[in-house]
Structure formats: C-alpha cells, structure tokens
Design a protein around this ligand. Structure first.
Ligand SMILES: Nc1ncnc2c1ncn2[C@@H]1O[C@H](COP(=O)(O)OP(=O)(O)OP(=O)(O)O)[C@@H](O)[C@H]1O
Length: 722
C-alpha cells in the first residue's frame, strides 16, 4: 500500500508521553506529522522494524538523534502510541503487542511480560498489593486483558499505580484507577463505557474483527485521535492536550453527536463536562450545516446567562472549531441571552431602553419610590415585598392584566395574600408599569416577552436552526419562552431544535422555571452526567455536603439528585481554617498561597473567591501588601497568560476553574452577607436567600481542582457547620 493512503492516528498514550519530553522534541515530532499530513508523498514517514519486538506490526520512527516515536502499522493505519528517548522507546516497544478486543470494541496496547521479568521487578512479597482482593475474573469482566494481570498484581499503592501509568493500556489504567478509588463495578462500567455484557455485533464478531473497523468505533474515539485535517492536528499539538477537545468520554460523545427528535437536556453536577458537551454539540450541528448545501447560511446559536460565560465559551469554541466561528456568515454565534434580545429588539425598532444595570436601573428605583409615595401600603406588607412580588410573580410569569394576577399561583412565596390585598397590589403594579413605559424604559423580562410576541406574530426568518443553552438553571420563564420562540416547533417537526444543559444545584441568580410549562418538552430526551472531571473526590464531597437537605428541581416539574456523582481524582481534604480575626484570615491566606509549590502551580491557576465585591478589594490589597501579584477578574473573558492570583466574586467564578481555590470570610456574621439577609421580605424569602448562598458556596468550592482552603473568623457560618 502506498504512503498516500495511510491514515495516521494518535493514541492518548502517545500524547501523554510527548508532554513529558523537551519542547524541541515535541515540536520536531509535530512538524513531521503535520508535514506528512499536508503532503505524504513529499514527506514520507520512514518507519523501521523494531528488532526483537513481540509484535511485528510495531515500528519506530526517528524523531531526532536521541528520540524515537513508536507506532503500530496495520493495513492502511499508522497509530502512534509512544515517544521517548531512543533506548527507552525501544525497550517499551519490544514488549508491546496490539490486541483487537471486540469485548470492549477497542484496540488495546498491552505489555506482555514473562513471569520471570515480573518476579525480578516485583516488590518484596511482604508488601501488601493494591489489587489483592480483586479476582482475575472481575478484572476480565471489567475489560482488562489477561496479558496485563502479572503487572497489575505487583502494584502496591495508588502512587505506584500513577507512576506506572504508561505501562498499561489507557483503558486498563482507567479501570485500575477507578477500582483503587473504590468504585463499584457499575460505576466502572459507567466511567469507561465498557458494556456490562459485551454485545458483539455480527460484523465484528470473534476473530474476524479488524484493526480498521475497531479504530473507528465510538469507544476508540475515547482514546485514539484521528485528525481530520492538518489544521486540527496542529491545534491539538499546539494547544496542549486538553482532554475534552479530543477525547470525550463515551457517554458525553453519545449525547453530543447524535440526532434528537425534539429538545434535549443534559444535567449533571459541577465539573461533569456539561459545557464541554454543549460545545461539542454546537460543533456537531455546525459540521452538519457545513456538509449540507441545503443548510447554507444557517447557524447555531450558543447562549448562556452572563456575558462573561458567553465570552469564555466563545474562547473555547475558538480552539475546538474555529472554522465555524470564522466562516462568513458564521455557522456558530455565541452570545448571552440579554445581549441577543437587546440586539433583536433594536433591529425591530423597539423604542424603550432595557434596564439591565447601571443608570437605567437607578431610574427604575426612582419610579418605585414615586409609586410608593402615591399608594397606601396594604397592611403587613413592605416595599421590598412589593418589589419581590412584582419580580418573582408578575414579571417572572409575564402577567399583564389584573385578572391573571388575581388567579396566579404564588407557590413558593411565604406571605399569603387575600383577594383584597392582591387587588391593591395590582394598582401599584399597573401604575409602576405605566410610569416605566412613559419613561421609555423596560425591564429584561419585558424585553423577553416583547421579543416572543414579535417572533410569534411576524415569524421572521431567523438564521438559526438550533439553539444550545448552557447554565440553563439561571434562565427564568421568560427566557425559556424566548428560546422556544427562536426555534418554534414547525411542520418539519422539532428535530435537533434545542439542546439545554444545566444544574439546579448551581442556581445562583434565583430564577427558577419549568421548561415544560414554557413549551420545551424534554421528556425521554433528558440525561444526567455523573463523573466529575474537575475536582478531587475530597473537595467534591465537601462541596456536596453544603447542599445537604436542600431539595433541588430538575429544571422541570421533577426533582434532581446528585446520586452517583463521583470524582476520579483524589487529593487532600479541604483545609478548613478557623481564625481569630479577618486580619488573621488574610495573613493566613497569603502564607497559604506562598506555600503552594510554585514549580507545579502557576499563580494564575490560584483563585480567591469572595461573596462581596468589597471583599475582593480587601483581599487584593492584602495580597499585594504581602508581595503577591494579583489580577481582579471582572466581567469579560479571562486571559490565563496574564500572571497573578485571580481574585473575584463567587458569581464571576461560575464557569471558571483553578488548581487551588481559597474562600475567605465564611463566618456566621459575614456569610450569607447581612445585606442579602436584610432584603428578605418574610421567612420563606429568607430561606430562599439562604439556599441561594448554599448554592453559591457549592459553586465556589467546585471551582477547585486539587486544593481548597476555606476560612472564617471566630464562628463559622451555619452553612458549613449547621
Ligand atoms: N471527557 C473528559 N475528559 C477529561 N476532562 C474532561 C472531560 N470532560 C470534561 N472535562 C474537563 O472537566 C472540567 C469540567 O468541564 P465543564 O466545565 O464542561 O463541566 P460543567 O459540568 O459544565 O461544570 P460546571 O457545572 O461546574 O460549570 C473541564 O476542565 C473539562 O475540560
């Protein structure tokens, strides 16, 4: 077979080994590979046989004087599996064999050790073995090849397992790591995507299965990367191998890359890859547009709640699939929903200004004052109560006439209102609305409602054929109605219309809505992700404990759960630090940051998260005074290349992640902040506010990958120690 028809792929092990080598080797290898991909005839790969190898399809490739890449060459495929110094690479290669494994639907790269070699390298028999309790039969059922058993039996600790990662096939390593972390078999199956009862499809049955078939399976896509273009290959090399861009978990891949006959939803705890799935979903749909001339000019709208999140997503999509964002017209548009609605209404010559924040909001506050001056307050009610009733009932539900308000359900609102009080309140609401309109202002909910009305009445042809929504837990009812109106169900049906991801445990803006009551029906197309890829098991468990006893919805009519939500990574338990004063908290925080190993953790990968903006300022000043460079994150995309510890609010941190996170000022008087609690209009409202702060702390804690420090002065908030 000639060089031109070769298909080159990269096993995850190759990518991992490459990262451990000097940059110049990685660059040289990358150059060879991209040049080969652009023109195989002119840049042929000179693969050499490995003397003494157990498998004669294993080949070596000279990267430079001192380094060799190892690949399997089978039929039209060349699969790179390892790169290392000359001697080490050969030693690695001689003992490896490629194994076609229809049981797991994958290609395995196994090390065949003879018993004497294992004995020679094994630790003393007196040392307890990590997998002593796990029978061969169980390992086999989980998809571990027999050839690897001898090496597995020598492992003594989880650290020894980590060191030996490259000795094992990537799938085997995942299984072993999960078993060491105490996973049940069901959890291992969910994690690896290996079927409990391998279903061997007739075409891949028994011995007939070929390399060529197996490399293309969904399962192989988890560990083997087949670049589709030179640009894609270059991006993967250059950006460093951030797992998600290439190796989606099979469950994630299945959710993103398929067709749905209606709106679909993905829920899951923090760090389970919901945003990653949403981005791949957008890519998949945009790929379809690109490949189908009938869809030319169409695009995917990717939307979320805040500007910062939209910018972070856009920056990531730029790495995943820049061609779709740069196309003219673009095949993917990313924007937060407030911005989308403002621009839409502007195009439709909507005359009023939408008061999202700033000066327009101040004007609305003045309007309320005028209303309160002109109306008697019904007995037992307060100004904050009236405003909350307006926002949470009238505006949230889109009630525009008195009758509708008198009949409306007020479920969840604590203070009861009789008909007389409701009628009196409506007078105030009607007055407020009239003044707002004559002032040329609108609230965001009005803007959403207006946009829905225009869309329903005019049915203008928008360029979107699908909407992907991230952080849906913070979208209110009007936002869901708008999303539905952007892609209405039509005669052609509702195929691939909406893809919604969210997690109500992380609701931090207090808007709650049921999707089905807004015309978004996801029944039968709703899935939950369970594996946390970001946070250690120890930090995750602590973050979940903050929400204990809180009942959480599923963004619809049901309730959600974090059952089965687990992490693969392990690490130290969170540092819970009691201090005598806030000054001591700040000194301790600076010491903690200074003590983080600077060679492993860049300062930009440390986040200090505060409930209030004023605290952000205090932390910044204290860290500066201690000689620690800081960057205060406000709205807008984050640029990690700027050095310095990130200091920001817990709200802004949503969507971000850091190697190490510190959360100061969690005393019972500071958290939840008094200002927030004082705004409560009754006991039920107070309870809602406390739950919001529980979620906020949960969100902040789950931003940490490996280290978490939580501090307070004197008595800790009851949210930590009830
Ligand atoms: N299959 C995967 N393999 C490796 N890493 C992954 C995988 N999926 C996601 N990740 C990583 O896990 C982290 C969390 O992913 P992501 O932000 O998509 O989660 P999320 O569910 O949206 O989190 P949150 O709800 O907290 O915002 C990211 O660093 C992401 O790159």
């Amino acid at each position: 077979m000639d060089a031109i028809s070769k298909r080159v792929s990269y096993d995850i092990g190759c990518m991992k080994s490459l990262r451990k080598l000097p940059d110049k080797v990685a660059i040289r290898f990358m150059d060879m590979m991209t040049r080969y991909m652009s023109d195989p005839t002119a840049n042929g790969l000179n693969l050499e046989t490995v003397e003494g190898a157990k498998d004669n399809s294993i080949k070596s490739l000279r990267v430079d004087q001192g380094y060799r890449a190892i690949a399997f060459e089978v039929g039209r495929d060349i699969m790179f599996v390892h790169v290392n110094e000359h001697d080490k690479a050969y030693r690695w290669a001689t003992r490896r064999r490629v194994k076609l494994d229809p049981g797991t639907n994958r290609i395995r790269v196994v090390e065949e050790l003879d018993a004497t070699a294992v004995e020679a390298e094994a630790p003393a028999p007196s040392e307890p073995r990590l997998f002593a309790e796990i029978a061969d039969k169980r390992l086999r059922a989980l998809g571990v090849p027999d050839e690897e058993f001898p090496a597995i039996r020598t492992i003594t600790t989880i650290e020894a397992l980590e060191v030996a990662e490259e000795d094992f096939d990537p799938l085997t390593y995942q299984v072993l790591y999960a078993l060491a972390a105490g996973y049940s078999d069901q959890e291992v199956y969910a994690l690896t995507g290996v079927a409990e009862e391998p279903q061997t499809a007739p075409e891949t049955a028994g011995e007939d299965v070929s390399f060529d078939q197996l490399i293309e399976t969904e399962e192989s896509r988890q560990t083997i990367f087949i670049p589709e273009s030179e640009a894609e290959l270059r991006r993967v090399f250059e950006e460093g191998l951030e797992g998600w861009r290439v190796f989606l978990h099979p469950e994630q891949r299945k959710l993103a890359y398929r067709d749905y006959n209606g709106p679909a939803m993905v829920r899951g705890g923090a760090g389970t890859g919901k945003t990653v799935v949403a981005m791949h979903r957008a890519k998949h749909l945009a790929d379809q547009i690109k490949d189908d001339p009938g869809q030319a000019g169409q695009r995917i709208l990717v939307t979320t709640f805040t500007t910062s999140l939209a910018q972070d997503i856009e920056a990531n999509l730029r790495t995943l699939c820049p061609e779709h964002l740069d196309a003219r017209p673009p095949r993917i548009e990313v924007t937060n929903l407030d911005r989308w609605v403002s621009q839409f209404l502007k195009r439709k010559s909507f005359a009023r200004e939408v008061a999202f924040f700033g000066e327009a909001r101040d004007r609305l506050d003045k309007t309320w004052k005028e209303v309160f001056d002109d109306h008697a307050m019904p007995e037992g009610l307060s100004e904050p109560f009236v405003k909350a009733e307006w926002a949470q009932i009238v505006q949230a539900k889109g009630l525009t006439d008195k009758r509708a308000y008198l009949k409306a359900s007020r479920a969840g609102r604590g203070t009861p209102l009789d008909r007389r009080k409701r009628a009196a309140l409506w007078e105030m609401f009607a007055d407020y609305r009239a003044r707002m309109i004559s002032d040329g202002l609108a609230e965001p909910d009005d803007a959403y409602r207006e946009a829905v009305e225009i869309l329903s009445a005019e049915a203008p042809s928008l360029p979107y054929n699908s909407v992907v929504v991230d952080e849906a837990q913070d979208m209110g009812e009007q936002a869901f109605r708008l999303i539905r109106a952007i892609i209405p169900e039509n005669i052609a049906g509702d195929r691939n219309s909406l893809f919604i991801v969210g997690d109500a445990h992380q609701r931090i803006y207090g808007r709650r809505a049921s999707m089905s009551s807004c015309g978004i029906e996801v029944r039968g197309r709703s899935r939950r992700l369970r594996l946390n890829y970001r946070t250690t098991q120890e930090i995750r468990a602590w973050a979940v404990s903050i929400l204990e006893g809180v009942s959480v919805d599923d963004l619809d009519e049901g309730t959600d759960t974090l059952k089965g939500y687990v992490s693969l990574l392990h690490g130290a338990a969170p540092d819970l630090v009691r201090c005598a004063s806030e000054a001591e908290e700040l000194t301790g925080l600076a010491d903690w940051i200074q003590a983080l190993p600077a060679n492993q953790i860049r300062r930009s990968d440390v986040g200090v998260l505060c409930a209030r903006r004023t605290d952000v300022k205090r932390v910044e000043e204290a860290l500066r005074a201690a000689g620690i460079e800081t960057v205060v994150l406000r709205s807008g995309a984050e640029d990690r290349s700027v050095p310095g510890v990130r200091v920001t609010t817990m709200h802004r941190a949503k969507g971000l992640e850091f190697f190490a996170v510190a959360i100061p000022f969690l005393s019972d008087t500071a958290f939840p902040p008094q200002g927030a609690l004082n705004a409560a209009v009754d006991a039920a409202d107070r309870e809602d506010i406390v739950i919001l702060y529980r979620s906020l702390l949960h969100v902040a804690a789950t931003r940490a990958k490996k280290a978490l420090r939580v501090s307070w002065s004197n008595t800790a908030t009851k949210l930590i120690f009830p």
